[in-house]
Design a protein around this ligand. Sequence first.
Ligand SMILES: *Cc1c(COP(=O)(O)O)cnc(C)c1O
Length: 671
Amino acid sequence: MSDDKLTQFLSLVQVDNYESNYIQDITNDTYFGFPISPIIAAEHKLISGEAKSVAYFSMEYGLAPSIYHPFKKRGGIGELNKFAAHQIFSNMRAIDYFVRLDIEKMLDLPIYSGGLGVLAGDTVKTAADLGISMAAVGILWNKGYFKQNFWFRDGQISMDMYWDPHNYPGLIPLKNIIQLKIKSTTLSLRLWKYYVLSFNKQHAVPVILLDANIAENTDEKRRLTDHLYISDRVNWKILQRVILGMGGIKALEELGYNIGIYHLNEGHAALAYVAKSEGKTEEEKERLKDHFAYTCHTPVAAGHDKFSVRDLEPIFTEYQAELLKNLGMDKSVENMVNLTELAINTSKFINVVSKRHAEVTKVQFPAYANRVIPITNGVHIHTWLSKPFSNLFDRYNEVIGDWKKEPTLLKNVVNLRANKQFRIDLWQAHQENKKRLMHLLRHWHFKENVFTLSWARRLAAYKRPSLILQDPSHLIKLAKNIGPIQIIFAGKAHPHDDIGDTIINEMLDRIDALYSSRNLIRIVILENYDTYFGKLLTSSVDIWLNNPLPPFEASGTSGMKAILNGVIQLSTVDGWVVETAGQDIGWVFGYEYKGGDIGSEHNLRMREDSEALYSRLEEIMTIYYKINNNGKIDDESLWIDKMINAIAAGSYFSTHRMVREYIEHIWDKVK
Ligand SMILES: *Cc1c(COP(=O)(O)O)cnc(C)c1O
């Protein structure tokens, strides 16, 4: 074999149109500006089978290259892959028409919608950091999720978004095209690759993306991989799951990867087992289950994929349909196949995403109670920690340790509690983040010394985005009596979610109605919440508001990003927050789940919980305005203690801890 790295790479990875499109970006040493050797090593390992490799399946990946390890592309990334037009809806009316947020940034690889995708992205990055042999499998969504606009009186407008995969840095099309034969049809799928490099750039994980948008397919079939989670037709929804699960298995075979463990991130990928079991004896099929693991992310029953037998039968062969009926029948609805049920019955290992979620799952699926283990979600610290904070931790690394190598060492910040200089520096790092955000919002008159709170995540009913707007007169009273308030909202509602739409309309109305109080309360909603804004907001406000209705939040992760950056939590007691009891990382309020019946998403308890929220806010704002003297803080204040507690807790809610638990409780147990 030649020593030439480029020759090696090109023999392992069949890049389509290398000469005409990628010759400048993939060279003998570099892959879009990153070292190419770890990529070659990762490919060798996956093919040789020398390590027990994990195939990780997920419908979406939020890899956030605009904020972490951005690949470089000679000649630029193309206009379609930039995102410049950020609008805002606020209670300042005219300003919204005349100015936009002046950020020009790279579009984050638009193949995710929210927390589930970000978790998948953070998991893959951490697997690379820990040097695990992994191949990630997903779909190349040609039109992303959607582009969002807020229009007064119309609510959320969702539009197609266009991007250019052929000019996206780090993403390459392969010559490999697989043929996926099912009963009704044959689909041709092009494979793409994107690589995730470890923090130290010494390891890599390939992300394989499947794409139906090629000339071999009919025009109709080409659109199957257009939009993530948006399809009007049931058979399309099914076919998208066929592409991920069954196409994913074919793709791994096509690439010659030697896989020991199939890890399904959510039930969307459950059909992988169906493909893998084809042609096997009963005994082999049983043993196959020992190689499957499944992570369940939602306690909301409607969040599980269900399809009627009538819709499934025309698509699948007799063997496949029988298997679905035998192993995937829903227990509560007749003639429905539930992919959660299928994943549970075909995976030896099942984990849920927090301890509270485990309790809830046991109520929902009592038959599987003793098979479900909790592995609480986390976030990838290197992605979500802001620059001022990473600089701060570097300056104190004698006490903290080499946290870049081992991010969980951030727990040692507690040893700096009595260090006066650290306390001052910590507050200054926070103010530095806040100043940057306030500068971006300067046209809306946002000020760095005003109490600032944010609610940003998916706009789903159970997350109760409008809770703080239940009684605007109460907010006005607080602002008059204690001090001004700034609120930043962001988030997307699923375009077919009518409740989400109603909530948005209600929010826009209430925000607009606060026009006359705009000097006391400044409110903005940012359009097109994404990982870039996720990092900006979670690291820059004073209080991170998290108010899902318990017990419907399986975990939640945005608050984990916030605490790493010393941003204090104001939260209901649900998901990951349950596990922070006694650690004093902020304040909790509202209804608490005490076990048993999980209640209904239709009773959102808005009145009681908003009152509890206002009374907490009164307490918090009073403290804030007492200790914050025009941006300088009383360094003995309990606010700083909470910030220190928050960062220390953040070291636990990291994907480094989470992936190690996957290894210990799942991957190492697979023979
Ligand atoms: C972290 C993140 C989420 C998840 O937020 P939750 O609090 O878990 O709901 C969603 N969207 C984006 C863009 C994120 O960065």
